[in-house]
Design a protein around this ligand. Structure first.
Ligand code: FEO
Ligand code: CA
Ligand code: CA
Ligand code: CA
Length: 639
């Protein structure tokens, strides 16, 4: 979402100001004297943060999860921060835009119209808007031929339509819906080294109107039944797909983030069918009023939450898509919980179980993980999904550098019928509310997660920013956290050792973002500084890529940096065009081609002057696009 979009900015967690995590894990002393007195920035001044459980500075000192030596080389020269309206990469690299919004994904598809006059039917056959998470699925010639699957998170209507939001019609609803969702596109590297789409039967658009299936504990649950689907098994569509992930069995996990903003929960004169229970759910998930201003509900009653109170409960899930099979039905994997999903990083435990890390991007919401009940290979071989049975956990970060994963399991701990959790379906539909009762740690907007490819017990999460934090907690130490930070954790449990299945972990700050050299507590350098980390991905060669979405030091454009996580060296690798965010990252298996996305370039444009702030990528109306990065000498990206 763009910098000034308020969608993730509401505070919907009632426990935010008095975190239940502090009430329920036996550290009441913190409430009495800890947080109030720690409401100042304390990097470099550890004494001010002292509390019953130790300061954040001491937490970091106790853990030291990195070796401090070795790691991958960052063999490029760091580039300067930029306000240039284009993509800038280091010397020795090229960056080409492909698959821009509106490009047809079939060779006989309708061409993009520069005046935005394409119809809804045209848009259905073209690349969507708001390019976000991207994954590469190799085909036979794996480093030169594959499938890109990417998200189209949201639309900028001043650019999508010739007249913006004016004179809303059903056709406008359909076009806007067709610009959302997911694109699956086969791509190939030509003899000249450049990449482009292939006219393939695999090419596919998935939108808010694509038929899907529920699987897992919410399937058929009373809270997902609707008049159109009384059995509660066949949801329609996916939307606000933000980050994503790839499973070891070769499928895409796409995420549903700010679904709440599409619903109208109050419409003048409507009879209110919302129960007290649903009103509570809506309050916790931000389904309110007329949402973020989307007008779908004015022409399509499905988006009227006052008439269809359970329809919002059918969004906020992780959706699994098989990009290799264009006839496959996308599956909403409900065991992974319902929240404002950002990304899904999958790894394998020592026992072969699938482990999925997931952020819930809202101020003061939580970090989650899912551990499959059975080894994933066994389930895949038996024709079952590993993601339909397992344990969902929410994270508690302690001040001494330790943490716990609290299991959100019906009948266990506080999750009982009298609290509204009669079965696992209740838990996953109301995952945020279950995590509240377990005292998960309210975070500064958890966005993407990633896991070290060689050390599956080691992971990272971006906390993008939270300017409304007034009370620091150990893992979110800055009040008015304008610049964000990145946390590293290491799973560890006795006696099995370091294993993603563990229910305990150690953690530390990997970097505190900001202007650098200590300003605002930042641990970046002043030259390679950044703010609002969002996209995060560690590649096969252990380079960590950090992408930004939000305010940058000195008003620079959003960017992508590369980190060596052993030495904590961070270098700026790419800067994006004006008004954009840089998001999504994937590479060919040999690491010589990287794909990233540029979202909402020039979204300050108007119907009268669409190119008012940017004309990326083609000199006209600004369009989100995929950027292909290659090294001129054919080497691995980042070397
Ligand atoms: Fe869609 Fe949290 O960014
Ligand atoms: Ca975003
Ligand atoms: Ca994001
Ligand atoms: Ca973001």
């Amino acid at each position: 979402m763009p910098i000034n979009d308020d969608s993730e900015n509401d505070i919907l967690n009632p426990t935010a100001t008095t975190p239940l995590s502090e009430l329920m894990v036996g550290r009441r002393t913190l409430l009495a004297g800890g947080f109030a007195s720690a409401a100042v920035l304390f990097f470099g001044t550890p004494a001010s943060a002292s509390s019953g459980s130790g300061s954040v500075a001491s937490a970091a000192a106790k853990t030291k999860l990195s070796s401090g030596v070795g790691g991958p080389s960052l063999g490029f020269s760091s580039i300067a921060a930029s306000t240039v309206d284009g993509v800038v990469v280091p010397e020795g690299y090229t960056a080409d835009a492909i698959l821009a919004w509106g490009d047809p994904i079939m060779s006989d598809g309708p061409a993009f119209s520069e005046d935005a006059s394409n119809s809804a039917a045209d848009q259905q056959l073209q690349m969507g808007m708001g390019h976000d998470g991207i994954q590469y699925f190799p085909l036979e010639d794996e480093n030169a031929h594959g499938i890109l699957a990417m998200n189209h998170e949201y639309t900028t209507n001043n650019l999508l339509f010739p007249d913006g939001d004016a004179d809303w019609t059903a056709e406008k609803t359909l076009k806007e819906q067709a610009a959302h969702g997911v694109a699956v596109v086969e791509v190939m590297k030509g003899d000249d080294g450049s990449w482009g789409p292939v006219d393939s039967d695999r090419n596919r658009r998935i939108t808010p109107n694509t038929p899907m299936e529920f699987t897992g504990p919410a399937t058929g649950h009373r809270l997902v039944q609707t008049d159109g689907d009384p059995e509660g098994v066949a949801p329609v569509g996916t939307l606000n797909n933000c980050g994503n992930g790839v499973t070891p069995w070769g499928t895409l996990l796409t995420t549903e983030e700010n679904f709440n903003g599409y619903f109208w929960e109050e419409t003048e004169g409507a009879a209110d069918a919302i129960t007290a229970e649903q009103a509570e759910i809506n309050a916790r998930y931000g389904v309110a009023g007329t949402g973020f201003g989307y007008q779908w509900a004015s022409t399509d009653e499905r988006w009227r939450a006052d008439l269809n109170p359970n329809e919002p409960n059918r969004f906020g899930w992780i959706v699994e898509i098989d990009p290799y099979d264009p006839t496959s039905t996308p599956k909403k994997r409900t065991a992974l919980g319902r929240f404002k999903h950002e990304g899904a990083a999958v790894t394998t435990s020592k026992n072969g179980r699938a482990v999925v890390y997931m952020g819930d991007d809202q101020r003061f919401d939580y970090l989650y993980k899912f551990v499959s009940k059975y080894p994933w290979q066994q389930e895949i071989d038996a024709g079952r999904s590993p993601l339909d049975e397992g344990t969902l956990y929410a994270a508690v970060f302690n001040g001494d550098g330790t943490g716990q994963w609290q299991p959100l399991t019906a009948g266990r701990g506080p999750l009982t019928s009298d609290k509204g959790f009669a079965d696992q379906g209740d838990i996953v539909v109301k995952a945020r509310m279950a995590a509240d009762l377990y005292g998960a740690t309210p975070m500064d907007r958890p966005e993407w997660t990633t896991v070290h490819p060689e050390r599956p017990y080691e992971g990272f999460v971006t906390l993008t920013n939270n300017t409304r934090r007034t009370s620091p907690n150990p893992a979110n130490p800055r009040v008015e956290n304008r610049w964000g930070h990145i946390i590293r954790w290491e799973e560890n449990s006795y006696p099995t050792g370091r294993d993603p299945e563990s229910t305990t972990f150690r953690w530390e700050f990997f970097v505190i973002a900001g202007p650098g050299d200590g300003v605002d507590g930042s641990t970046t350098t002043a030259s390679d500084n950044f703010g609002s980390p969002d996209g995060l991905w560690m590649d096969n060669n252990n380079r960590l890529w950090i992408q930004t979405d939000g305010g940058q030091p000195d008003g620079a454009n959003n960017q992508m940096l590369c980190a060596n996580t052993e030495t904590s060296e961070i270098k700026r690798f790419l800067t994006g065009p004006v008004d954009c965010e840089v998001t999504g990252a994937a590479q060919t298996p040999d690491g010589t081609t990287m794909f990233i996305n540029i979202q909402h370039p020039g979204d300050g444009g108007t119907p009268e002057d669409p190119s008012a702030t940017s004309s990326f990528p083609n000199g006209g109306r600004p369009r989100p696009a995929t950027v292909v990065i290659q090294k001129d000498d054919g080497g691995v990206i980042g070397t």
